[in-house]
Ligand binder design. Structure first.
Ligand code: F6P
Length: 359
């Protein structure tokens, strides 16, 4: 073996992680490099150090599986994001221990597969002198400097499947259905899932909505003879006071969102008299097999991450632009979230096919 590289999966899991791992191992093996996979995210770097050697045999038959064979965590000692997207600095002793582990194992570079928070951790490690390459992962699709993250397409597919099912029952009972979907502070899942699944109303964090407008849309639809209405509500959509809805108690790490769907459904029932139900899709969006798009994207990202190590382009994140895997400096990717704007073409397309954003 000429070189040893490390890889880990960090933050919330998503479909496609195993495809990336398999891609990394294949590309590394082709160069005669050895890959070791740290367990449970960055935590595997700390005592008791936990890793396993990854080779073609141990990564065979995993591409189609959801989750991650390495395990992951979005808590622990490497949390670099707190509250509503605030940044946190890693303790020096944690960084030093991680560095010692990697040096002791002879790991030349570490591929970190994660979302915004995990990539912020990766950047801090890079700044401390550890060679890192980031791979953007999240169902939320909110990482800047890449047009898409793997996991997103699988989550959207799950939303569309749920809407297809909800449509038939909503129609039979002449109900309003409110489907709450994930996405944290970004409305990408709601936007894409809502359009593909035939939603009538889409509520997202980036476009403040007014409940009165939502009631009006439902009433107008009724007046025109449409007896059921489908509402897709992003978990990060805010109420009039501009605040996110959360049922969780404050804890370390990012805020846990959720509950807006029920609030909206109750208000609709009370103000329009329509029989209304709320459904929270939750972690179904994160589980299960990746779509073919996510398998391909994951594989391309894994292979490209190894290419970047070969070029010693450390501190960069793999990105997807114009249908090609490329890369960008990690700072560019984590300095801000990629959010939906009112001017996004897809928002205009939605409006033109009669979807309301409640604004
Ligand atoms: O970032 C991915 C995501 O699934 C968000 O869409 C959601 O808000 C959050 O993670 C849920 O996190 P947890 O699995 O910790 O409940």
């Amino acid at each position: 073996m000429t070189k040893r590289i490390g890889v880990l999966t960090s933050g919330g899991d998503c479909p496609g992680l195993n495809a990336v791992l398999r891609g990394v191992v294949h590309a590394a093996t082709a160069r005669d490099w050895e890959t070791i996979g740290f367990l449970d995210g960055y935590e595997g770097l700390l005592s008791p150090v936990q890793y396993r050697i990854l080779d073609k045999r141990s990564t065979a038959g995993i591409m189609h599986l959801g989750g991650t064979i390495l395990g992951t965590t979005n808590k622990g000692r490497f949390v670099a994001k707190v509250g509503h997207g605030g940044k946190a600095l890693l303790p020096q002793d944690i960084i030093a221990e991680a560095q010692e582990t990697l040096e002791g194992l002879g790991v030349e570079a570490l591929i970190t597969i994660g979302g915004d928070g995990s990539l912020s951790t990766s950047l801090q490690l890079q700044e401390a002198g550890i060679n890192t390459i980031g791979v953007p992962k999240t169902i939320d699709n909110d990482i800047d400097a890449t047009s898409m993250t793997f996991g997103f397409d699988s989550a959207v597919t799950c939303v569309v499947d749920a809407l297809d099912r909800l449509h038939t029952t909503a129609k039979s009972h002449k109900r309003v259905m409110v489907l709450e979907v994930m996405g944290r502070y970004a409305g990408w899942i709601a936007l894409h899932g809502g359009l593909a699944g035939g939603a009538d109303i889409i509520l997202i964090p980036e476009i403040p909505f007014n409940l009165e407008n939502v009631f009006d849309v439902i009433r107008e639809r009724e007046a025109k003879g449409a007896q059921n209405t489908m509402v897709v509500c992003a978990e990060g959509a805010c109420l009039g006071d501009g605040d996110y809805v959360t049922k969780a108690k404050k804890a370390a790490g990012e805020a846990r969102l959720g509950g807006i769907g029920e609030v909206v459904a109750d208000a609709i029932a009370e103000n329009t008299g329509k029989d209304t139900r709320a459904v929270v899709l939750g972690h179904l969006q994160r589980g299960g097999n990746p779509t073919s798009l996510d398998r391909i994207l994951g594989t391309r990202f894994g292979v490209h991450a190894v290419d970047l190590i070969a070029e010693k382009k450390y501190g960069h994140m793999v990105s997807y632009q114009n249908y090609l895997a490329g890369d960008v400096p990690m700072e560019e990717a984590v300095s801000q979230l990629k959010l939906v704007s009112r001017e996004t073409q897809l928002v205009q397309t939605c409006r033109e096919v009669g979807i309301s954003f409640g604004d």
